[in-house]
Design a protein around this ligand. Structure first.
Ligand code: TRP
Length: 478
């Protein structure tokens, strides 16, 4: 810890690395499929409000803690809370974050592995002709294959994290993010030529009914997609230069992330509304949308799709990689700072522990019945235990679904709540305003800061609290 801390080489470097963490499978894989499952418009609206009112201020709060303390989440919160109410207890946010990181990475690596296999399929289809797409159920039910793909992805992540921050992560994201954005723009333009495009836009932007689980899912996803609520942005902020603007960077990251998520939906829903057979073949589970739906457009609805298809899945893999790196980095930086292990030892221990859980996730989509059908409170279809499954897990089954649900819908919102309470109520606002560079000419917090503080003190905690209450009460909204 005594060494000079590694740093991003420029403000743009930070923005792209943080955007690299934010933009990932959350945008390309998860957002389209949960939006589909939650019937579009109403869900999107709640999501956008959560991003603007809760996500953006919390992102600024996390980055400011990290940069001020120049440390990973646990020591950062210990340092910042010294002498303040609650004191060291606030570092529980950091510990929770490590558990959330472990849980998220476990299932994320499995889905990231799917991008490798899609890439290989596309090479084959581009060379030998499209055969109608893969049998997704059979693919995810193939245990050894699933474990193998997750293993490859986890190993690559671990090697990069061993190598440190500024060299690898920053250099790679600087090239990959712009290319990814460019290809997505092309795909959106192409999807506008499909017959289903207008239906897709209507589905996305016409408000629809939403239930309390949908509400929590929109909230949880706004944390997930921005990498908030578990200290990832505290960690990345700790490598940020003193003179870079936290406010401007956060706005850029949030806009980029939201833009990419919406574009992914436009692309995928246009295909689904154009080709009914794709919708039917997807069946009940829409989780494979990114990997099942999109090839249809590449090979039947897009000029030069043959060329774009394999490139696109390489980019999906890289978008996932810049996110898995940030997740593993949170766990590793804690081990380095707290136990004073070397980077190599910390990474090896963290990555292998996480891989054990990845294996359970990999086997839970049909390969092994025990993992696939698992419900935390048992299989009862009524009564108290059923009620517990329903309230806390939306009655979902399977190791991977449960891990996803637990992390996104509970850990991240609760972590975000603690961070917003800490920066809103505990940390002196002079410190936050100074770190955010939001002081007026007399050295007092300016108007923009007042708005931000209002959100951190009232809007964000009340909204998170309200949504959690509604889930516990089991409400529906229309
Ligand atoms: N934001 C990433 C995505 O949308 C996932 C991710 C990376 C993440 N780091 C995180 C989620 C930290 C929560 C916390 O794919």
């Amino acid at each position: 810890m005594s060494k000079q801390r590694d740093q991003w080489s420029s403000s743009l470097g930070f923005i792209l690395a943080a955007a690299g963490s934010a933009v990932g499978l959350g945008n390309l894989w998860k957002f389209p499929y949960i939006t589909w499952e939650n019937h579009g418009g109403g869900f999107v609206l709640v999501y956008l409000v959560c991003i603007a009112v809760i996500g953006m201020p919390i992102m600024m709060a996390e980055i400011l803690i990290g940069r001020r303390a120049q440390a990973s989440p646990v020591p950062a919160l210990e340092k910042m809370s010294k002498g303040l109410p609650g004191g060291k207890w606030w570092s529980v946010v950091g510990w929770m974050g490590v558990i959330a990181g472990l849980v998220i990475l476990s299932f994320y690596a499995v889905v990231a592995g799917w991008s490798i296999s899609s890439f290989i399929n596309c090479i084959n289809w581009s060379l030998n002709g499209f055969d109608g797409g893969q049998d997704f159920g059979g693919f995810v039910g193939n245990g050894p294959l699933q474990v193998g793909l997750a293993f490859v992805f986890s190993t690559v992540t671990a090697f990069i994290v061993m190598g440190g921050i500024s060299g690898g992560i920053e250099k790679a994201t600087k090239v990959l993010m712009p290319v990814l954005l460019g290809i997505l723009v092309l795909l959106v333009l192409n999807s506008f030529t499909l017959d289903g495009a207008s239906q897709a836009l209507a589905f996305l932007f016409t408000p629809s009914a939403i239930n309390s689980h949908g509400l929590l899912e929109a909230l949880g996803h706004s944390f997930f997609t921005l990498s908030l609520g578990m200290g990832a942005m505290i960690t990345y902020g700790s490598y940020m230069g003193r003179h870079d603007s936290i406010v401007k960077s956060s706005i850029a990251i949030v806009l980029l992330d939201t833009l990419i998520a919406i574009m992914a939906c436009i692309i995928m829903f246009s295909i689904l509304f154009t080709f009914p057979q794709v919708r039917d073949s997807m069946g009940k589970s829409t989780a494979g949308m990114l990997f099942v739906t999109l090839p249809q457009m590449f090979y039947t609805g897009m000029p030069a799709g043959k060329i774009f298809a394999p490139i696109f899945y390489v980019l999906v893999g890289f978008a996932a990689l810049s996110s898995t790196i940030s997740l593993l980095e949170v766990v590793v930086s804690l081990l380095v700072d707290k136990l004073e292990w070397t980077r190599i030892k910390s990474t090896s221990v963290a990555a292998s522990t996480i891989f054990v859980f990845s294996t359970f996730c990999a086997l839970s989509n049909g390969a092994v019945d025990f993992f696939s059908g698992l419900k935390p409170f048992g299989q009862a279809t009524e009564g108290f235990l059923f009620k517990l499954n329903e309230t806390f897990f939306a009655n979902k089954a399977g190791f991977m679904n449960l891990f996803d649900h637990m992390a996104s819908n509970w850990f991240l919102p609760v972590g975000g709540m603690l961070i917003t309470l800490f920066v809103g109520w505990i940390l002196p606002s002079r410190i936050s305003a100074e770190e955010l560079d939001l002081l007026d000419e007399n050295g007092n917090p300016n108007k923009f800061f007042q708005v931000l503080l209002f959100s951190l003190r009232f809007l964000a905690p009340l909204a998170i609290g309200y949504i959690i209450m509604m889930v516990i009460l089991g409400r529906d909204f229309s």
